[in-house]
Design a protein around this ligand. Sequence first.
Ligand code: ASP
Length: 281
Amino acid sequence: MTKIIIHGGFFSESSTNLETKIAKQNALLHIVKDSYQYLQSHSALEAVVYAVSLLEDDALFNAGIGSQIQSDGKIRMSAALMDGVSMKMSGVINIEEVKNPIQVASILMKEDDRIIGGEGATNYARKHGFDVFSTEIPQRRAEYEAKLEAIGTGTVGCVAIDAEGRIAVATSTGGKGFEIPGRISDSATVAGNYANEFCGVSLTGVGEDIVSGAIAAKIVTRVTDGMTLEQAFDKTFQELKPFDGFAGAIAIDNKGNMFHQDSHPSMVYASFDGENEEVFQ
Ligand code: ASP
């Protein structure tokens, strides 16, 4: 029963052309199928790191290469990983000039101190062989210079269940763009990335709204307590309405059900179970 679902943040109908939409559909389908193949001979934990690394390497998405630029002109990225079996979460917050923040999060799994931020995270990465790598692309610099908030570039994420029924989740982001340096994204918190033996959830959207809604942890808790994925998503997304929370989420439960929902159109996602593929339209 191996299954995998990924997201690549949001896109805005008004500012995205058809060509970019098709490119994102193709990229997501390619990455979800490649990662599904990888999952056949690897654990869910290894597969989510693999999938998110591919998403970070694709400049179409706002994580790793193609990350948004903060208000002081620098890129700071965040990424986290959670193993639903051991219940361990590891992550980096505001790391700089590393090609794959999710791989730094992955090696932190073996440490006692598993979530580290800022200069400490960047230094840790250097010490563990991650070379200085600029993830800036000319398009983001041009958007930054023009003070153009690139709405809809989003975060990336993946949830997988492996042949042994183990669930894992990984999430990686370049942030919202134009942040105050030091701002903390939801992606390396239990609001944006959470899993246990029942369910795994990864988020994209406005980090402040995702934290206010404690979304990933709430959905996982609700499924653990007996709700279906659909019920848990419905209740949790209802709770965003009073403050018009902006979020999108993907999930897999331990029965192999996959689910996704967004508060505002349109989150970009794709899933694959070996037979059926689904991609956002
Ligand atoms: N959630 C991310 C953040 O606020 C951004 C996004 O998903 O687009 O840092």
